[in-house]
Unconditional design. Structure first.
Length: 445
């Protein structure tokens, strides 16, 4: 039996996109023009583009048309994990985007193009950022509860780069770093690259086991503590204020530097003060705009004790010289005009709505997470295997992360992390239903 006409058109477009005959960014014909060219109904042309979009091959922009996506870079991927197939629903990597963000970028580019200092963006910039940019960051961080001087701020190519230059500036190969037993995979990659000795600290419901951290610092020469006190990735905890004070006291007694990762902190309303606000002399605070605004906007911030600033500046020079002035200029415009605050507020609402969907569709399963987080942690029964479950889900075109990339201890727990921010809410709901069914079937197998 011959395939339906619209399927033949989907296959032809898909082949042209995957082969490169249709280049990334190319605008496709309008629905009406495609219908006229191929002799099909407009509703059929609409169906063709909808299927191509579901496959991750095209994107639609309201009022502008349908465009070929750049499939050389997958829509989502995890660190040290397999790339996500273009036809898979991505619950592996978060790339939350809100309607209208592309329009904001278009308007910002127009404003930059019309500004008086355009030529200056073509020149080298100060390694740690222009004074006016660092002042914009300081005002932004002040609204987040971290009052700081612009002279203590360095602008980086995203928070990951901020972590990298912090490691380069503060630590040497073989240094012991206390980390959570489940932690951000990007820091694990840095530790491996710089030959750091990671010591796992077990977790409680609200954060790291501080008794265990105290024992570790008393028995080993811990040089740094890497921590995510406000919305931990992947467990979603927010450390209580009293625990933050105790962690700082442990650091003061034993001497390690605190590396505070605040990448997801924007999702929590009215959290306790950042560690850097209470202990600015022994804390490096790292955050950025990739999570809160757009993953492609690689602008990060490091707030450091003054004695560390020169070594951090040298590390920035060694790795990238300076953050590109064009992206920094756009980011700081958005920091100053309220765009970032507005997007962060909308993303908090979006994350809460997605968590609600997850808790409805996965009701009865032992989910762990914060109510306004873009991810949730799902421990599996003792006899279950996360790799088997992820393989089964992959056959259903669903990509999830196991615990392996997050684990720093000898034993990897059987669990998966579900990222909730890279697909539309309706798709998320139906995909989580499949996750639930497959997980229950796997547990009963």
């Amino acid at each position: 039996m011959a395939a339906p006409r619209y399927k033949a058109l989907v296959d032809a477009f898909a082949a042209d996109i995957r082969s490169g005959r249709l280049a990334a960014g190319a605008r496709l014909p309008t629905h009406r023009a495609l219908a006229a060219r191929e002799g099909v109904a407009v509703v059929t042309a609409t169906r063709v583009y909808a299927e191509l979009e579901a496959m991750g091959l095209v994107s639609r922009e309201q009022g502008r048309g349908t465009f070929v996506r750049d499939i050389a870079v997958p829509a989502g991927h995890g660190i040290d994990q397999q790339a996500v197939a273009t036809d898979a629903v991505d619950l592996n990597f978060n790339c939350p985007s809100l309607p209208g963000q592309a329009g904001l970028l278009r308007q910002a580019l127009r404003e930059v193009a019309g500004s008086g200092d355009l030529e200056s963006l073509l020149r080298y910039q100060p390694h740690r950022g222009r004074p006016q940019d660092r002042a914009s960051v300081a005002r932004h961080l002040g609204r987040r509860g971290l009052a700081t001087d612009a002279d203590r701020i360095l602008v980086t190519n995203g928070a990951q780069h901020g972590l990298a230059v912090t490691v380069m500036a503060a630590l040497d190969a073989g240094d012991v770093v206390a980390v959570d037993a489940l932690t951000y995979p990007g820091f694990k990659v840095l530790a491996h690259s710089f030959r750091l000795d990671l010591e796992p600290v077990p977790a409680t419901a609200d954060g790291p086991d501080l008794d265990a951290l105290e024992r570790l610092c008393a028995t080993r020469p811990v040089r740094a503590i890497y921590t995510m006190p406000t919305l931990h990735n992947p467990l979603g905890w927010v450390m209580p204020a009293a625990d933050r004070i105790r962690l700082i006291e442990i650091a003061r007694r034993h001497g390690p530097l605190i590396i505070e990762d605040a990448s997801y902190a924007y999702l929590v309303e009215n959290p306790p003060p950042p560690l850097a606000a209470t202990a600015p002399d022994l804390t490096v605070h790292v955050s950025g705009l990739s999570k809160s605004v757009a993953t492609g906007l690689r602008v990060g911030f490091v707030v450091a004790p003054p004695p560390m600033v020169p070594s951090l500046e040298r590390a920035i020079r060694a790795t990238t010289w300076n953050t590109p002035a064009l992206t920094t200029s756009i980011a700081c415009r958005w920091l100053d005009d309220g765009t970032v605050d507005h997007l962060e507020a909308r993303k908090r609402e979006d994350a809460r709505a997605r968590q609600a969907i997850a808790r409805q569709e996965l009701a009865g399963l032992p989910l762990i997470g914060h109510p306004s987080s873009y991810f949730t942690w799902l421990p599996l029964p003792d006899d279950a295997r996360a790799d088997r479950l992820t393989a089964t889900l992959a056959r259903h075109h669903i990509s999830v992360a196991t615990a392996e990339p997050f684990t720093t201890s000898a034993r990897t727990p059987q669990a998966i992390r579900l990222a909730l921010g890279s697909t539309d809410p309706d798709s998320l709901r139906s995909t989580l239903r499949t996750v639930r069914r497959v997980a229950v079937e796997d547990a009963c197998a």
